[in-house]
Structure formats: structure tokens, C-alpha cells
Design a protein. Structure first.
Length: 107
């Protein structure tokens, strides 16, 4: 397993949360496309430098944009937080509230 690959247990959590519609992605390509997105952000590389094992970079980019616009990544984060809460794995001592006040300039 490489840094861009998900463990099977991670995929079992993430996979069902990704939308599949009549225009794709095809379920058998879904994991490799998601791992392509992970690869892109972990490496900081350009989309066009993506290895072919993730599929065509244009396809992975388009899938990322659709997922972003549909709020998929926000839903993944919220579900991960909810799952951690269900397992009682949230350490509230790590929660911080920023009390910074922003005021318009020109006063």
C-alpha cells in the first residue's frame, strides 16, 4: 500500500458516502479516482502529473470538482466526526474556540 492508497477499512467508511450517478463514476473506478485525489493533494503535484494507475488525470480532476461542488468532502468530514463521537473517541480537550474579533479598518 502506498501513501495514496486507502486501507480497506478506510474505503469501507468512505466508499458508501461517494455519490454515483448515471454519468459515473463507474463503481469499479470510484476507489482509484478517490485515491487519485488523495495522491494529488498529498504530493502537491499538478493534476496532469498524476500517475496513470488512477485513471486519466482529466477524469479524476472532473470527479474532484463534482464532489467538491456537491459538498462530498464536507459530508465526509462531518461523518468522520460523527463516527468518532459514536465511538467516544473525541477528546474535547483538543477543541479550541478562536475569540479573535475582526473590525473594519478606517476607524
Amino acid at each position: 500500500m502506498t501513501r495514496a492508497q486507502l486501507a480497506n477499512s478506510e474505503w469501507e467508511f468512505i466508499g458508501p458516502l461517494l455519490p454515483v450517478d448515471r454519468f459515473g463514476p463507474y463503481p469499479e473506478r470510484l476507489r482509484e479516482q478517490f485515491e487519485g485525489v488523495i495522491w494529488r493533494f498529498r504530493t502537491g503535484s499538478q493534476w496532469r502529473e498524476m500517475p496513470e494507475r488512477f485513471g486519466a488525470w482529466q477524469t479524476v480532476y472532473n470527479r474532484f470538482m463534482r464532489w467538491r461542488d456537491a459538498g462530498v468532502f464536507r459530508a465526509l468530514l462531518e461523518e468522520a466526526i460523527a463516527e468518532a463521537a459514536r465511538r467516544d473517541e473525541i477528546d474535547m480537550s483538543l477543541v479550541s474556540v478562536d475569540s479573535t474579533t475582526a473590525r473594519p479598518s478606517g476607524r
